[in-house]
Design a protein. Structure first.
Length: 188
């Protein structure tokens, strides 16, 4: 059983994350670039095999979006770094993608984060209530979970985090973006 740590985020932070997503729109879906390369040279990048991805399901709601902490715990046996945004999307029981990839929310800077062995850092995951979208544009379904790729900087296989939720099944530029994610960071 994974530990769950109840982290209470002030509504202002959640509202700011949602507001930043609403204002920036599709421009958020661009890849992050390393900001602090000096520290990543001193400490190696984390390998996905040493990172446990999990979802803290104690979420907080703001403006039709539930905000969760997507957690990354370092179980590698040594200190390593994560940098930028995790890549993720909803999946069905067969592991196939549902809807669009999560858009990147730049509410926090995309810096390199050093993660000590046994320590956890997180990203904020926003899941929009799909009832906010026209059913014909969204085609709502129940997702089985999330396919998550930790921001290791290495092209590795993602992990499925089981978590049933309502998702939009449509994909493409005109499909609703019901998932958003911030860069990893160590603050609460």
């Amino acid at each position: 059983m994974r530990p769950t740590v109840s982290i209470i985020k002030p509504i202002a932070v959640a509202a700011a994350a949602v507001a930043a997503l609403a204002v920036a729109g599709p421009a958020l879906a661009q890849q992050s670039h390393p900001v602090n390369t000096a520290s990543s040279k001193a400490t190696p990048a984390c390998q996905a095999s040493g990172i446990d991805d999990w979802l803290n399901t104690s979420g907080g709601a703001a403006a039709g979006t539930i905000i969760y902490h997507l957690e990354f715990t370092n179980l590698s046996g040594h200190t390593c770094t994560l940098e930028g945004f995790p890549f993720l999307f909803a999946v069905n029981l067969s592991g196939h993608q549902i809807g669009n990839d999560a858009v990147f929310n730049h509410v926090f800077p995309a810096n390199s984060v050093t993660v000590g062995n046994g320590k956890t850092v997180h990203a904020m995951l926003g899941i929009v209530d799909v009832g906010n979208y026209r059913a014909s544009a969204c085609k709502p379904v129940t997702a089985a979970g999330l396919k998550v790729f930790a921001p290791t900087g290495i092209n590795e296989v993602g992990r499925t985090v089981p978590f049933p939720f309502r998702a939009c099944s449509t994909q493409g530029s005109h499909a609703p973006n019901f998932l958003s994610v911030t860069p990893v960071h160590s603050g609460a």
